[in-house]
Structures are given as C-alpha cells and as structure tokens.
Ligand binder design. Structure first.
Ligand SMILES: NC(=O)c1ccc[n+]([C@@H]2O[C@H](COP(=O)([O-])OP(=O)(O)OC[C@H]3O[C@@H](n4cnc5c(N)ncnc54)[C@H](O)[C@@H]3O)[C@@H](O)[C@H]2O)c1
Length: 363
C-alpha cells in the first residue's frame, strides 16, 4: 500500500509516493525513462552505513555502473566547498544530461545534493529519496535546493523540482529519537498553518515511542503533511506570497541557528522554539489564541543550550539579515488564529524582544 500525491509546477508534474518498502517498485517506474548505463547516487553517510546493502542490491539491478558519493552528516555539508565536491563528483564521472541522480538522505543531503544536481550541466534529472521524517514531509518537496553562506542560512540556491520523490518509511526504523523530534516540528507547522487534524494525529508522539507508531498512522500523517505542502507550493511555487506561510516560526529559528552555529541547535529544535515565539508575537499583535496545541509537545525537546546564551541584540540582528526582511523591518509569519496564517511586518522591537522571552522560558 502506498499513497501518491501529485505536485504540479511550472516545469512539470511529479508524484510524491509514501509507503513502506516501496523503493524497488518505485525506482522501476522512476528509472524507466532513463538510460541504465550509469547511475549517480549522492547519499548521507549514516544512511549509506545503515541501508547501503539494501540500496545496492536494488540499484545493481538497474545500472551497469553506479557512482556513489557520500555526504558527511551535519549542516557543515551545506557549504560552498562541499557543493563544489558534489559537482566535481558528477562531472569527473562524466554525467550526461539524461543521467538520473538519486539523492538519498535527510534535508542536508537533499539540499546540497539537489543544488549540485540543479547546477550541473544546468540541471540533470533528480530523484529525491528522503530518509528522515523532516525530509519526507518537507525538504524533499517543492524544489528548494541550496547551501548556507557565512552571512546566513540557505542564502545560495535555486528552485529545482525533482522528477519524483520516493518516501519509503522503512528508512525511519533507524532514525534516532532526536531526529523524529526534529521532524515533528515541521509536522506541527503544517497543523498550525493549515490542517487541524494533523495536530491531533500527532498526539501519538507524546508517548515518545516513535518506532512503535504504526505504518498506517505514519503513512497517513506524512501524507497529510505532504498534501499541505504540495497545495501551498502549487498556489505559489516561487514564494511570492502564500508559500511564505511554510516559514511559520522560521524567522526566529534561523536567527537561533545562526547564533548557535547550527551544530548546537538543530533545525527542528529551532523551528519548535520559533513557532512558540511566533505564537507569542501573534498574541502581542492582537490575535487571541492559546498556544497549547503545540506547547504540549515541549517536554519532548531537550536543548543543548541555556538561556544565558541567548543574546537578544544578536538574535534581532540575525533576524534582520534573514532573507525575509523587508527594508529595515522584519516580516513574520504569524497566526490570526490556528490554521489562519498571515504575513506581518513588525516595526516595534520591544514586541519582538518579548516574544524571545518565550524561547528563553523553554531553555
Ligand atoms: N529544501 C527545503 O525546502 C527545506 C525544508 C526544511 C528544511 N530544510 C533543510 O533540511 C535540513 C535538515 O534536514 P534533516 O532534519 O533531515 O537533517 P539531516 O539531513 O542533517 O539528517 C539528520 C541526521 O539523521 C541522519 N539520518 C538521515 N536519515 C537517517 C536514517 N534513515 N536513519 C538514521 N539516521 C539517519 C543523518 O545522518 C543526520 O545525522 C536543514 O539544513 C534545513 O535547512 C530544507
């Protein structure tokens, strides 16, 4: 059993398939249109270690020659120098315009591998095989690829849509607990901005036994998230307006990630804190609602930073350098109420500072 959700973009329409142990079947379909001489694989190092044998057994059936390139774990791989290494790997191994590249891993591998695929020969066919919850519900869908710059996160990149996304739930069996929690933040985001039922479906996470969640439940929950993301991307592929709603919590989050140097605070932790701060700022700017639907998950998060490390001046400066800035003011995704997001430019720094207190109280 698998679910297929289609995403129609300016360049083409492609499916996102969600199911358990679907890799072989879906690759058969995905690779049918390409020549089977050479296959290119850009893969996360942990996924390669944990699932490499299974993946090789499947790929050996398709390709005469497989070229594989491993992406070291961590945000540091989303760098200009590592992107160059990825492009070198593809070009040095004589990739052709119609050679497919399988990008297998979480959001880091997807973003840097996707950008290398987008930029090599002005674009070679990309197949995303997300292996984290976050990548399945978010980063593999919608075509954003890119790397970080020392002035900020995701500042270099392009919109480049994959040919297909294969979300095989079997990968999640080896996902560490903290990575489930990272993914949870983006799942909650979809519940907050669009689909209320996601917030109640997510209650199973409160028990903390992520690998015990049934395949059926997980498959439905991920499919609901993918549906929200594809609907929004279809409305606004290049982030002119409503696609920005997907950044709920992210203006605060990116400032945190920049302050803590990405490694001390994960993207998911930062997004969760950012959503609480965004709820607070929504309340402070006139929207009355209770943040309990997402606050109730706070005991699952274990931060590695303390409140005295929060430097408000630096955080606000970081927000101003984020690409969602409008002139000198910062534009936020806030909520009028649950599932009713809105874009607001906030000029009063004291309100923003009060919202940061929400983050400080969590640490
Ligand atoms: N492009 C987009 O639209 C978009 C959207 C959201 C987030 N992102 C980006 O995604 C990145 C975060 O992605 P992430 O949370 O997937 O992190 P990640 O790619 O760093 O993966 C997290 C960890 O899980 C490991 N891992 C991956 N799959 C595994 C598996 N099946 N079993 C065991 N371990 C596994 C990795 O080695 C890594 O240590 C950030 O850079 C963020 O900016 C991009």
């Amino acid at each position: 059993m698998s679910n297929s959700i289609s995403l129609k973009t300016a360049s083409h329409e492609y499916p996102i398939i969600i199911g358990n142990e679907i890799l072989q079947k879906e690759l058969t379909i995905a690779l049918a249109e390409f020549d089977h001489e050479s296959g290119y694989v850009i893969i996360d190092e942990n996924v390669s270690r944990l699932h490499g044998e299974m993946i090789s057994a499947i790929l050996d059936e398709f390709f005469t020659q497989i070229y594989e390139f491993t992406v070291p774990q961590g945000e540091k791989s989303k760098s200009l120098s590592f992107w160059t290494d990825c492009v070198d790997f593809l070009l040095d191994n004589e990739i052709k315009r119609n050679s497919p590249v399988l990008v297998i891993g979480g959001g880091v591998t997807g973003d840097v591998g996707g950008f290398a695929t987008a930029s090599t020969l002005r674009g070679v066919p990309l197949i995303h095989i997300p292996t984290t919850l976050l990548a399945m519900v978010d980063s593999s869908i919608g075509g954003k690829t890119g790397i970080n710059h020392h002035t900020g996160k995701n500042l270099i990149g392009s919109f480049y849509q994959p040919k297909r996304v294969i979300a095989d739930l079997q990968f999640l069996q080896t996902l560490p607990d903290n990575e489930w929690i990272n993914g949870l933040s983006e799942v909650l985001k979809y519940g907050a901005i669009r689909d209320e039922s996601i917030l109640s479906d997510t209650d199973v996470f409160l028990e903390g036994n992520f690998k015990e969640i049934s395949i059926e439940h997980l498959s439905l929950l991920i499919s609901k998230c993918v549906k929200v993301k594809t609907d929004i991307v279809q409305e606004d592929e290049f982030e002119g307006n409503v696609r920005a709603y997907l950044n709920f919590g992210h203006t605060f989050a990116h400032a945190l990630e920049k302050l803590f140097g990405y490694d001390k605070m994960s993207h998911g932790e930062a997004v969760y804190l950012g959503m609480l701060a965004a709820c607070k700022l929504s309340n402070l700017t006139g929207s009355a609602f209770d943040d309990q639907p997402i606050r109730k998950f706070s005991s699952l998060y274990n931060y590695r930073v303390s409140k005295n490390e929060l430097d408000l001046e630096v955080l606000i400066e970081n927000m101003k350098s984020d690409k969602k800035r409008i002139d000198q003011f910062i534009r936020f995704v806030l909520l009028n109420s649950w599932q009713h997001p809105t874009l607001k430019t906030v000029s009063d720094n004291s309100l923003i500072k009060q919202s940061w207190e929400e983050v400080s109280n969590q640490l």
